[in-house]
Structure formats: C-alpha cells, structure tokens
Ligand binder design. Structure first.
Ligand SMILES: O=C[C@H](O)COP(=O)(O)O
Length: 303
C-alpha cells in the first residue's frame, strides 16, 4: 500500500501535466459554494484569530510576509532599505526574517546587487507577466518573467488574464500561466487571481484550478491594486481548491493572501483559515505567505 499510493498520486498528477482538457476541467470545477456555510466559517476564523494573538504567533506572521513595495516612485535606495528590513525585521532578533522582499521587475537587480555585495540571503519576489492589469501580449509577459529571473528574482508573481476568465476562456487562463511557469525556470511561480475582479466565487474556484493545473507553486488572491483585495471568503474557496488538488495528487500548492492586509488581527484570520482547511503542515513560509506593504509595522507594534 505504501508504494501504491505515491504511484497513484504521480499517475493522477502526470495525467494533468501540461495539457488542458476542457471536459475534465468543467467536470472538476462544476461545484457550488454555500454562502451561509462560508459566512459561518469566516465568523469562526475571526474568533480564532483573537485566541491566536500572542507574541509567538506574531513572530510567525512576520516570517510569512512578502515585504512589498510596488510604487512608481520606488528607487534603488528604497528597495535596498526594504530588503534590509526583510532580512532583519526585528532588530533585537537576527534569527527572524520575512518570506521575501517583493518589488517591480526593474528594481530586482538593485536588491540582488545589494545582497551580493553584502553576502546576505533573502528571497526576491518580482511581480511580472503584465502586473497588475494582465492586459499585455503573452510574449511580453513571458519575456518579462525571463528578464526578472535573469536579474535575480527567486520568486515570480504573475497575474491571470481577467479578460479571459470573465469570458470563461479557462484554457487561455491555463495556457498563459503554463507559458509563464516555463519562463520562470527554477524560480517559484505565484499566480495572482485578482479575485476582486472575478465577480463570482465559482470563477475564483475555476481560476484557482486553472492556475494549479498549469503548475503554479502558489496561488495568490490579489495584486493589491484591485478595488477589493484579499478577503477570507475568497481565501476559503482558494484553499478548498488547494486541498482538493492535494487529495488528488499529493502535491502541496502554497497560498498567499495579499492586498489590504494591514493588521495582526486580519493576518491571524488567514492563519486560522489555513490551519482549519489545509492543516498545520501549510503554516510555514514554504507554503504560506502574506503579501503586504504595511503589516510589518502593526506586527512590531504588537510585539
Ligand atoms: O502583493 C502584495 C500587495 O501588492 C501588497 O498590498 P498592500 O500594499 O495593500 O499591502
């Protein structure tokens, strides 16, 4: 049995690899979400967040953070200052560091140069692939992923085509993510669904599934630039998709809520949700990140 189970897992996983079959996709994603059930679960996570609020959990939250700046006026000195903060977010405790520093493609080389010069390590996330609108030619999305990895990004955050998603063209959503995944090489790919623009929870589940099938290492809620960003409701649906994929294939896909998460209380709501749906095994920076530009400030205040 011990040998049969992994073999079965890899058979299911390999049968999905690199191809998109519309009928199989539709069969898998044809499910409804019970809004009342989700509302009850969210209420529970918000309560649990209060119980989780202690210094140990806050220190863990700091380690989940992809410390982010995504502004038009970002400069080399600004992203280097951010990288220093990501490497040593709690000045009195050098053992703690953030998950990564997250910047625009043109600023990746600045961070890499600083890390090389100072012989320090930190994951560099580059947002690429037409972030944040996704309204670019696929060739340019792919080239942007390649250039950003060449500049030193170890993780790439791309965003799906909402145009294709809203037109129910899930094959295009899948194929674009697959092309970007190939362009990333060994860099980890986090695929942003921009859930605030997907209109329905059913679309959020379908976008999750298309992105997972295409080989995303993580799925991420939002760019931080949509009107509505990370919510516990979409997190519930996305984590349900991650769980289903794990049950089918034995493969763990990470989860990254991002955008508008500013307080420890909000962050701990996502921690409670991940713990409930995916289990403790997901609660480490390999499988769980929080994309945030200002959450660290609130964490340090609460310590
Ligand atoms: O990916 C990360 C987000 O862009 C950060 O959003 P935020 O500035 O609302 O924290």
């Amino acid at each position: 049995m011990a040998t049969i189970v992994p073999t079965l897992f890899s058979f299911v996983r390999d049968s999905y690899k690199g191809r998109f079959d519309v009928a199989t996709f539709e069969k898998e994603v044809g499910r409804d979400f019970d809004n009342q059930e989700i509302a009850q679960a969210i209420n529970k996570y918000e309560q649990e967040a209060k119980n989780l609020k202690n210094k140990d959990e806050i220190r863990k939250v700091i380690q989940y953070i992809d410390l982010t700046t995504l502004n038009g006026d970002d400069t080399a000195s600004k992203v280097v200052a951010l990288a220093k903060r990501a490497i040593n977010p709690i000045p009195t405790d050098p053992s703690i560091h953030c998950g990564s520093v997250c910047v625009y493609p043109q600023r990746v080389a600045d961070v890499k140069k600083f890390l090389t010069a100072t012989k320090q390590n930190c994951h560099i996330t580059g947002v690429a692939g037409g972030f944040p609108s996704g309204q670019y030619h696929l060739q340019s999305k792919v080239l942007e992923c390649e250039l950003t990895v060449a500049d030193g990004a170890t993780e790439i955050d791309i965003v799906i085509s909402r145009a294709a998603a809203l037109e129910e063209d899930w094959k295009t959503v899948h194929d674009e993510v697959l092309a970007c995944k190939k362009a990333c090489g060994s860099a980890h790919l986090k695929t942003i669904l921009a859930t605030g623009e997907l209109k329905t929870l059913s679309n959020v589940y379908k976008a999750s599934w298309a992105s997972i099938l295409a080989g995303s290492d993580f799925i991420k809620t939002s760019t931080g630039k949509e009107t509505v960003n990370a919510t516990l409701e979409v997190a519930y649906v996305m984590c349900t998709a991650i769980k289903r994929w794990y049950e089918l294939t034995g493969k763990k896909v990470g989860f990254k809520p991002a955008g508008g998460i500013k307080t420890v209380d909000e962050a701990l709501g996502f921690v409670a949700l991940v713990k409930d749906i995916l289990g403790e095994q997901w609660l480490n920076p390999t499988l769980f990140r929080i994309g945030a530009s200002s959450l660290l400030d609130d964490c340090l205040k609460a310590l």
